[in-house]
Design a protein around this ligand. Structure first.
Ligand SMILES: *[C@@H]1O[C@H](CO)[C@@H](O)[C@H](O)[C@H]1NC(C)=O
Ligand SMILES: *[C@@H]1O[C@H](CO)[C@@H](O)[C@H](O)[C@H]1NC(C)=O
Ligand SMILES: *[C@@H]1O[C@H](CO)[C@@H](O)[C@H](O)[C@H]1NC(C)=O
Length: 382
């Protein structure tokens, strides 16, 4: 009996350590493809601001701004989309799902959010965000109810939210899986440079109606900023396993550090209390939009990890809910690299647990030359 127990304990110990080493993260780029190349061909000058999501049915959708006349943030654009039904191996041709015509201060992406109950994919973007030769900013939503194949006419959310300048993301919005507010859609973004800060909008009816949620305003608010002022900007929310929302934020004026701000909401996005704000000195940042993702109890972060320049696209991971980061980081691209966003498929398949997907701006001389998609095998690097 004692021997039996002893053997059982040894067996359990071996099993546990086998599982632990199985779970050890050693990322490897499994596949990488350039989805868009800004070569000035056709009707597009520059592709920028990539977004990525899985649909409820397991298709992978990539979106980007297709800037018609210049690489600048202002100007007329399309929203370009590609779709993959084989986990990113092959992609559809580009379709332009929104065209803002000849607007001087055209559309800006944006956040993509998927509702698992209705299987709707929603893309939220702004019009006239900079109020350049136009007076009213609008927050717009386009929706697909057939897995990204067709898109409804844009809906104007400013009728409900008001006409404040609001630039969602860029990245993804979340649907809360856990309490508080399970099922709620939460999309966070930022305001204009003067009226800047992180602002979240919320929907408790699957995207039908939206209201303003929590905010973390810049200081001094609605006034011109100086270097090192407190100026939270572009952001990416993720739901943590305790049901809180952790928002990783661009630190526009390098307040406190050349690194990321992190703020948490404990009430489903209703408030972003200043008590929940911290500065993550490990996440060195050149002032850019970055990616964050929570998968299987691991928090991932992507950005050009350099305090001055948009170079060195790097993937980091945390086994402690973002309190600390593992020392070994993975360099994805040493050269110029800018905005990034990540996704992965939540499913019971062992295959789907192995991969995360990173879309990012990548170039040789400048980061805005291409939009690249890297499929990363989390346990492949050994
Ligand atoms: C959106 O709605 C707001 C508020 O009603 C309005 O001022 C604005 O012009 C609308 N925008 C568009 C593009 O229709
Ligand atoms: C790239 O990122 C890694 C990890 O953060 C860092 O150690 C390295 O110094 C960075 N290199 C450059 C050139 O920024
Ligand atoms: C991370 O958060 C979860 C949920 O609150 C908790 O169970 C877990 O212990 C935390 N992990 C660490 C390392 O703190």
């Amino acid at each position: 009996m004692d021997l039996f127990l002893y053997l059982r304990l040894i067996w359990m110990f071996l099993l546990a350590s086998a599982l632990r080493s199985e779970m050890q993260i050693k990322p490897l780029i499994y596949d990488e493809q350039l989805l868009w190349v800004s070569n000035g061909a056709g009707e597009v000058n520059t592709y920028r601001i990539p977004l990525l999501t899985f649909t409820s049915r397991g298709s992978l959708l990539a979106f980007t701004e297709a800037r018609k006349d210049s690489s600048g943030d202002i100007g007329a654009k399309f929203i370009a989309m590609k779709r993959s039904i084989d986990r990113g191996a092959t992609w559809s041709p580009t379709s332009f799902i929104v065209d803002d015509g000849i607007l001087v201060d055209g559309l800006n992406l944006g956040s993509v959010v998927v509702d698992e109950q209705t299987q709707s994919v929603m893309l939220i973007y702004s019009l006239c965000f900079h109020q350049y030769q136009c007076s009213t900013s609008s927050t717009m939503l386009v929706e697909s109810l057939d897995d990204g194949l067709t898109w409804n006419a844009p809906r104007n959310l400013s009728v409900q939210l008001g006409v404040k300048s609001f630039a969602p993301g860029p990245g993804f919005g979340i649907q809360k899986r856990l309490s508080p507010a399970a099922g709620r859609l939460v999309v966070c973004g930022h305001g204009t440079i003067e009226g800047d800060g992180v602002f979240c909008i919320l929907s408790d009816d699957h995207g039908r109606t939206w209201r303003n949620g929590g905010s973390l305003k810049s200081i001094p608010y609605n006034q011109p900023k100086q270097s090192q002022d407190f100026n939270p900007d572009e952001c990416q929310p993720v739901e943590m396993q305790d049901g809180s929302i952790m928002i990783n934020v661009r630190n526009q004026n390098n307040y406190h550090c050349h690194c990321r701000m992190v703020v948490r909401s404990l009430d489903g996005g209703e408030t972003l209390p200043v008590e929940e704000l911290r500065f993550d000195h490990t996440l060195v940042d050149p002032v850019v939009a970055a990616g964050a993702l929570q998968k299987e109890e691991v928090l991932y972060f992507s950005n050009p990890a350099n305090s001055q320049k948009r170079v060195n696209m790097t993937l980091r991971w945390s086994l402690t809910n973002g309190t600390t980061w593992e020392n070994e980081a993975m360099q994805i691209w040493a050269g110029p690299s800018g905005y990034s966003s990540m996704t992965s498929l939540v499913s019971n398949s062992v295959e789907d647990k192995k991969y995360i997907y990173l879309i990012y701006e990548k170039g040789h001389k400048e980061s805005i030359e291409t939009i690249s998609l890297a499929k990363i095998h989390l346990y492949g690097g050994r």
